[in-house]
Design a protein around this ligand. Structure first.
Ligand SMILES: C[S@@+](CC[C@H](N)C(=O)[O-])C[C@H]1O[C@@H](n2cnc3c(N)ncnc32)[C@H](O)[C@@H]1O
Length: 254
């Protein structure tokens, strides 16, 4: 099965704080940083932000994803969030190749903070990809918040490949949110979406996820033949990621 896939992928998983762990990595490693940090969002006011991630991002009545552990790093005000992301993204740039791509998930509340942080970290800001996740709370008389965003940029110049037939990637993706019954994490991202985003990086390249959660980016890397480095702070969530990624590797070895 899956004979087209390489079996010698390099998959490296770390449990701990991404800022600390990146200190020990060599510089200039990554072709792409694709990551989904805690949004420090889920409400307009300080009191909303300080709630648990389960109460901010899951709905016990409808999707039951609150059965997964809460995660930390999600209670910053916008100034702290911007500074934290600036520090993380600056360190990630140091660990990335010249011309590498960064793509960072965020929701509408902290979109502006993220574009600031990415630029302050020294990346060239290239734009915003829109993810239509196909669900949102139904609040009559308002626009639905059914999209999240991927802020992207490059580490310096990324030469354009003008060869015949080469085309740009889409800037808008409709991919259903992961249904709660098959989720591994409160705020899991669809592997199918991540695979499409990873396509911007070179085949056989190195992709890093600094906030890997349940390892969805790792699974997408295995499915698309990219090497992967993932970091997750929570031991319990890290163990989930490791199991998923081991299973995805086993599937390509069959
Ligand atoms: C939004 S979730 C990522 C979900 C992931 N995309 C998935 O599909 O499962 C963010 C993750 O970052 C982790 N995290 C928070 N602070 C961190 C830090 N300083 N270093 C590494 N991971 C961190 C949280 O525990 C949480 O699991």
């Amino acid at each position: 099965m899956n004979g087209r896939k390489r079996k010698d992928l390099q998959i490296t998983l770390f449990q701990g704080d991404c800022l600390e762990l990146m200190e020990h990595m060599e510089d200039g490693l990554f072709d792409m940083v694709l990551t989904d940090p805690p949004y420090s969002s889920g409400g307009l006011y300080a009191g909303d932000r300080q709630k648990s991630t389960a109460s901010k991002y899951t709905d016990t009545t409808y999707n039951g994803a609150s059965r997964f552990p809460d995660f930390s790093g999600d209670n910053m005000d916008q100034r702290s969030f911007t500074e934290f992301m600036r520090m993380v993204l600056a360190k990630a740039r140091q660990k990335s190749k010249d011309g590498a791509v960064i793509a960072v998930f965020v929701d509408w509340r902290n979109l502006a903070a993220m574009t600031d942080a990415l630029q302050a970290a020294g990346w060239i800001y290239r734009g915003i990809v829109v993810w239509n996740k196909g669900n949102a709370r139904n609040i009559p008389g308002r626009f639905r918040q059914d999209c999240e965003f991927i802020v992207w940029g490059t580490n310096g110049q990324k030469p354009v490949d003008w060869k015949p037939g080469a085309a740009a990637l889409q800037g808008f993706y409709s991919e259903k949110s992961v249904p709660s019954r098959i989720k591994h994490h409160q705020t899991e991202k669809p592997v199918s979406l991540l695979e499409k985003l990873i396509a911007i990086s070179p085949a056989d390249g190195y992709v890093c996820d600094l906030f890997m959660g349940s390892g969805s980016t790792g699974v997408a890397c295995i499915n698309t033949d990219r090497n992967f480095t993932g970091i997750e702070l929570s031991k319990q969530i890290f163990d989930t990621a490791k199991t998923r990624i081991d299973e995805a590797m086993a599937a390509i070895r069959e």
